[in-house]
Ligand binder design. Structure first.
Ligand code: ATP
Ligand code: MG
Length: 379
């Protein structure tokens, strides 16, 4: 049996809604454990911690808990009776077993009624270390023994496993992410899930048939992101609708901005109809020639639903690093038949809004976007 204590970050700062956030975190831990076939025997909340007991191996538990947003860090613990003799005996046994070059003790006293203060507990443990010839080193210890004195017992552990932080999925509303098959929208979706949103996806593909998406990179990306939110919906529609209607009717260099405005308009209509709170894209400011501020303004022309661009200020390297830490980079750069590669390479970099509006009107993108809704399928 493995006992795990879970600490959360921002959730603990919530005042009135604290119980709601804590409950939803516990619910998520349960659901994600179940999805990954962990044997969770017990889960309880209290003293700003979540306590779990698993009948599964540590190596299996660790990656699964890293999927749960809202967790700052977690620890595998030994639970010891809350009296000084038992605590000292435990510390002595660990020190003898590990025999570290140097040691530090870090005690937290959640139960303020415990008769010794944290500092005094540490001092007592320090005396045991000294008696065994182990040096105390507070600045750069080779080994740390942490203890948390809670109401019923004392938890001991020697290392912390960092979670991703963030907020529990489902506590910040539902958003629709435009997923392209490139790397940025994967990172953007992950960041929104991390911020507590439930994320569904809309993808415009360049195939002649939706079924060609089976086993595609897009499906794999959604599966990977679903590790963090259990499940989601993937909506797809062909890019050809836009291409056939607009082709040859404007200067090539405006293709990128027009297509972006069109997909946002489709997404907006779909989002309103299906009660999403916002749309998300992987747009970045000024990273590539088409992402100038003028172009971003043009692409968001006439979009009135909140539009989130969580990668707006990211350096390319920051996005790559993020994807690498979640093992999504290799998948995200796999070759894919993406519609933006069909679109004109020489994009306008400074699209004038007035001129752009005229093109949108001439092509009647509004009506096209409305009609396109009929072609969206749940994959
Ligand atoms: P990405 O790496 O996500 O493709 P990018 O830096 O290549 O982003 P663009 O290709 O210009 O930038 O796309 C910007 C954003 O527009 C994407 O992050 C995505 O949210 C949306 N987008 C682009 N193409 C599609 C598509 N075919 N289907 C759905 N959304 C798309
Ligand atoms: Mg792209």
């Amino acid at each position: 049996m493995e006992k795990v204590i879970i600490h959360y970050s921002e959730i603990s700062l919530k005042k009135g809604n604290f119980k709601y956030f804590e409950k939803s975190l516990a619910r998520n831990i349960k659901d994600i454990s179940e999805k990954n076939n962990l044997n969770l025997k017990r889960i309880s909340r209290g003293e700003k911690r979540i306590f779990c007991e698993f009948n599964s191996k540590r190596e299996k538990i660790t990656p699964v808990l890293k999927y749960v947003f809202g967790i700052k860090y977690f620890v595998f613990i030994d639970e010891v009776k809350k009296d000084i003799d038992s605590m000292n005996k435990y510390v002595k046994s660990i020190l003898k077993k590990e025999n570290p070059e140097s040691i530090a003790f870090k005690t937290k006293r959640a139960d303020k009624s415990f008769k010794l203060k944290s500092l005094d507990v540490n001092k007592g443990f320090g005396n045991i270390a000294n008696s065994l010839g182990i040096k105390i080193d507070l600045s750069n210890p080779k080994f740390i023994i942490f203890s948390e004195i809670v109401s019923k017992s004392v938890y001991f552990y020697t290392s912390r496993i960092e979670g991703h932080g963030g907020l529990t999925v489902g506590t910040s509303g539902r958003v629709l992410c435009l997923l392209s098959g490139g790397i940025d929208s994967v990172a953007a979706a992950w960041l929104m899930i991390k911020r507590g949103c439930r994320v569904d996806f809309l993808h415009f593909h360049a195939f002649n048939n939706n079924n060609k998406l089976k086993n595609s990179k897009i499906v794999k990306i959604v599966d990977l992101l679903n590790n963090y939110q259990i499940s989601s919906k993937l909506y797809v529609m062909p890019y050809s609708t836009y291409q056939l209607t607009t082709s040859g009717k404007f200067e090539d260099k405006y293709d990128v901005v027009l297509f972006k405005n069109y997909i946002l308009k489709v997404a907006e209509n779909f989002a309103i109809k299906n009660k999403y709170d916002a749309i998300v894209t992987g747009d970045n400011l000024a990273q590539v020639a088409s992402q100038t501020i003028e172009n971003l303004r043009a692409t968001s022309f006439n979009i009135s639903i909140p539009l989130f661009r969580p990668l707006l200020t990211y350096d390319k390297q920051e996005t790559i690093d993020l994807l690498k830490t979640i093992d999504a980079f290799d998948l995200s750069i796999e070759k894919y038949k993406d519609c933006c590669s069909i679109i004109s390479k020489r994009a306008s970099t400074k699209t004038k809004l007035n001129y752009f509006k005229k093109m949108v009107e001439k092509l009647d993108l509004e009506t096209l976007a409305e009609k396109s809704l009929e072609e969206i399928r749940k994959f």
